[in-house]
Design a protein around this ligand. Structure first.
Ligand SMILES: [Zn+2]
Length: 280
């Protein structure tokens, strides 16, 4: 018999509390969330994310009282994304590769990066005749012959965009030290020439985060609506995330983003009946 107060007696109460908590939103079943769960399971120490003391929504990773799940768009696109994530990247609340999987769950794959032991499913995906893989990278000093700014996808194939998800030095390391990517064309995105560029929250230099790169790539691939939907989802996430760090609600900017996201929402989705709106 477990004695009073032991884990065995507390756990059911905790589960009950979570199930009934108004903060709980269903965590989307997609590649990045599955990778995060697995990555956590193999950690020998708890992951201490920046801002880790803030109670967060498990689904959108924003602080619970500013959860954005009800505004998550559902998008359609004929292209695919393959995220190569650096080590603890899937566990970071600030990670934006997750936002791509949020809106295109059936078209997004995610793997932890390894120089010498890439996941067999990653290698199979790269060989899959349905897809034409492109490594998305700003520029390549290593192999300028591989650079392209437009998609030349063979008939019967669809573009698969490989995104290197980590800090800038980590992305460069993944680009330079992944032999299994060396034969693939490199798509160089020029965001300043795209319409989605004007949607950026805080333009600085030419460094985009992973979700913004994906939004640009969607536009290059002729999927401008999906690119816009992803950019708006990123903007809402980013705005609330940054606001959370200074504890100041973004206000009018948030209402504008909600308005812009309305056409991308699925009105039939469960759990959205109580969507709190500031549109009125
Ligand atoms: Zn949420």
């Amino acid at each position: 018999m477990p004695h009073k107060g032991s884990l065995a007696t507390i756990l059911p109460l905790f589960v009950l509390f979570c199930a009934e908590s108004p903060f709980m939103k269903p965590v989307p079943d997609h590649a990045v969330n599955r990778l995060r769960t697995w990555r956590k399971s193999i950690s020998t120490r708890p992951f201490l994310a920046r801002g880790g003391s803030v109670p967060r929504c498990e689904a959108c990773q924003l602080r619970r009282d500013w959860c954005a799940c009800d505004w998550r768009p559902e998008l359609k696109a004929e292209v695919g994304f393959c995220l190569l994530m650096y080590d603890s990247e899937p566990m970071k609340p600030s990670n934006t590769g997750r936002l791509i999987a949020d809106v295109l769950p059936g078209k997004t794959w995610a793997f932890l990066w390894s120089r010498t032991e890439p996941h067999p499913e990653l290698l199979a995906l790269l060989r899959d005749p349905e897809w034409q893989p492109y490594v998305v990278f700003p520029a390549s000093e290593k192999a300028p012959a591989r650079l392209t700014e437009q998609l030349l996808t063979a008939p019967g194939k669809r573009p698969l965009f490989i995104l290197l998800d980590g800090t800038w030095p980590e992305a460069r390391k993944m680009f330079n030290k992944s032999p299994y990517l060396d034969a693939l064309p490199v798509l160089a995105v020029r965001p300043e020439s795209l319409s989605t560029y004007g949607m950026r929250v805080a333009p600085k230099e030419h460094q985009l985060c992973t979700a913004e790169v994906a939004a640009c790539v969607l536009e290059v691939a002729g999927e401008a609506q999906a690119g816009l939907g992803l950019q708006l989802w990123f903007n809402l996430f980013s705005s609330r995330y940054m606001a959370g760090r200074v504890n100041r609600w973004p206000g009018e900017e948030d209402a504008v983003l909600q308005q812009a996201l309305v056409p991308f929402l699925n009105p039939m989705r469960e759990n959205d009946e109580n969507r709190e709106s500031t549109l009125d």
